[in-house]
Design a protein around this ligand. Sequence first.
Ligand code: AMP
Ligand code: MG
Length: 335
Amino acid sequence: METLYLKGTDRDLDRAAAIIKGGGLVAFPTETVYGLGADALNANAVAKIYEAKGRPADNPTIVTIADVSDLETLTPEVTEDMKKLAEAFWPGPMTMVVPAAPIIPAITIAGLKTAGIRMPDNALTRELIRRSKPLAGPSANRSKRPSPTTAQHVLEDMDGRIDAVLDGGTCRVGIESTIIDLSGDVPMILRPGMIIRSQFEEVLGKKVLLDPTLNRDPSEAANDTSDFHPKAPGMKYKHYAPKAPMLLFEGPYEKVLAEIDVVRKAHEEKGERVYVISFEPDEAERAAHDIYGLLREADASGADLILATALPQEGAGFSVMNRMLKSASFHVIRV
Ligand code: AMP
Ligand code: MG
């Protein structure tokens, strides 16, 4: 199929809406990463998302909405906690996991009893949804690849596999939304993002947990007695992987830079191409914004090896490291 490139004019939005209503796939911009959208309530359309991404069937999509009123149709009861979080963080990089209403097809939520719902901070995409339907929308990359933060990235992975891409420019945040589960007794963060635990605790006025498996190496976790079952099914899969192997360097910043230099030179002397990614310790926001683009650039440059600085694992740094640790298959060198 030919993938239409749409810019977001009134006519483009009508075309994109017609594709969604006809059961097709449109990649859409958000402030986090690009999503791959299908009518969330049409099981046949959602099946095409899994096909196009090469996504395992047990990994649910996120349902993307345009207005808070859409939430009422997707969950049986809008609770006080849901209202507080929607008020504080929507539109924005937060996904709430809530009990799923029966109208949501099983395939959209991978057979779960809950649904992840998000209202993105992007006017084009919300207008597309108003003209069509809430969108089932996982990230618009091929499974395992770094998430796309430009329309160009989407086309690298999806050209010829989807009906259209709606270009909304470069994503402002750059990593995926924080997922917070409100379906249990205590709210729990299932995937860290740029909205962090203390912000949720402040708004909800109560304790919020972090899924204890986050940022832990699953191969090490397999050796201890506790279970390793991330609560967001997608978090267990290989993710965000560049083609070249990647090493993370952790320790005092100046020493880390010096060590990266030594390792770089040693590999270059063997004739290898080395791609270096470096963020200062207080640059979590820039790191989030740039990381996926840099990983794709490393691949495009034909790198044999990627060397990168680790970020301190607190606040937003924890969230960016959640992705970088996976990109590096948990290869961390302590300097
Ligand atoms: P992606 O858009 O590729 O980041 O994928 C969406 C992420 O949301 C995956 O990691 C899913 O496992 C997670 N997710 C979506 N719905 C739910 C849900 N109902 N419960 C837990 N995690 C979810
Ligand atoms: Mg994804």
